[in-house]
Design a protein around this ligand. Structure first.
Ligand SMILES: Cc1cc2nc3c(=O)[nH]c(=O)nc-3n(C[C@H](O)[C@H](O)[C@H](O)COP(=O)(O)OP(=O)(O)OC[C@H]3O[C@@H](n4cnc5c(N)ncnc54)[C@H](O)[C@@H]3O)c2cc1C
Length: 201
């Protein structure tokens, strides 16, 4: 197998390296020390097409393959691991979930904003006592007429405070039923949806 970068990958790597020199390297220590999340930097990466790498162009994405996506995460991660994780969480977790499982209406509604970095996405599965053991999640969703009411809390969510939209996993079936979990897309501003205190290690 040839592990050298193809033309697309070279172009992506060059773009990210020069972006990183200018917009990430001079600032990442400050972001770290002040515990500031670099929303602007993420949005700029979105403008460069790095936040919707796998999203088809019809939904505003870059329409590339996993080969290019791995290059994006690797190259951003080489400059700053935290921003690399953000890019991966945005692309794979939130955007990826909607891309993979959303219907066309949902894709049209959220993917263009996510793929261009207009909106930052998050994905909430983990709870205080249910990490790997997600089937024991306590967050429950119940139907109330045409609405769904979600009750519970999620922890250690990347972009939990800074996202505009989040895919939230909640129990809609019996405890320990792996099929009794449903994913909901929740926009910031939804009544009752709020971010708690940031955990500082
Ligand atoms: C940087 C970072 C970002 C994150 N971002 C997100 C996010 O965006 N969204 C989100 O939902 N979560 C996020 N998480 C949470 C992450 O998904 C959880 O930490 C993960 O699921 C593991 O859960 P846990 O920490 O509770 O560990 P545990 O589930 O308690 O696991 C602890 C250890 O026990 C082992 N273990 C667990 N179950 C078994 C078993 N049955 N048999 C044998 N061994 C077992 C595990 O392999 C592990 O080594 C993030 C975590 C980190 C560190």
């Amino acid at each position: 197998m040839d592990f050298n970068y193809n033309e697309n990958q070279k172009m992506i790597a060059d773009t990210i390296r020069s972006f990183g020199e200018k917009h990430i390297k001079p600032k990442f220590m400050e972001w770290d020390e002040t515990q500031e999340f670099p929303v602007e930097c993420l949005k700029q990466l979105g403008e460069l097409g790095m936040l919707g790498v796998l999203v088809p162009t019809e939904y505003g994405g870059s329409g590339l393959s996993y080969t290019e996506y791995v290059t994006v995460v690797t190259e951003v991660g080489r400059i700053c691991g935290s921003v690399g994780l953000s890019v991966a969480a945005h692309n794979s977790l939130c955007t990826g979930h909607i891309l993979q499982f959303g219907n066309d209406e949902q894709k049209k509604k959220w993917l263009p904003k996510l793929a261009t970095g207009q909106w930052i996405g998050a994905w909430g599965l983990t709870e205080a006592n249910t990490g790997s053991d997600a089937m024991r999640m306590k967050c429950v969703a119940t139907q109330d007429g045409d609405d769904w009411v979600i009750n519970g809390a999620k922890n250690w969510i990347t972009h939990g405070k800074s996202s505009d939209v989040m895919v939230v996993l909640a129990r809609t079936g019996e405890l320990l039923d792996s099929r009794g979990i449903t994913a909901f897309v929740v926009e910031r501003g939804t009544p009752g949806f709020s971010a708690g205190k940031k955990k500082i290690n």
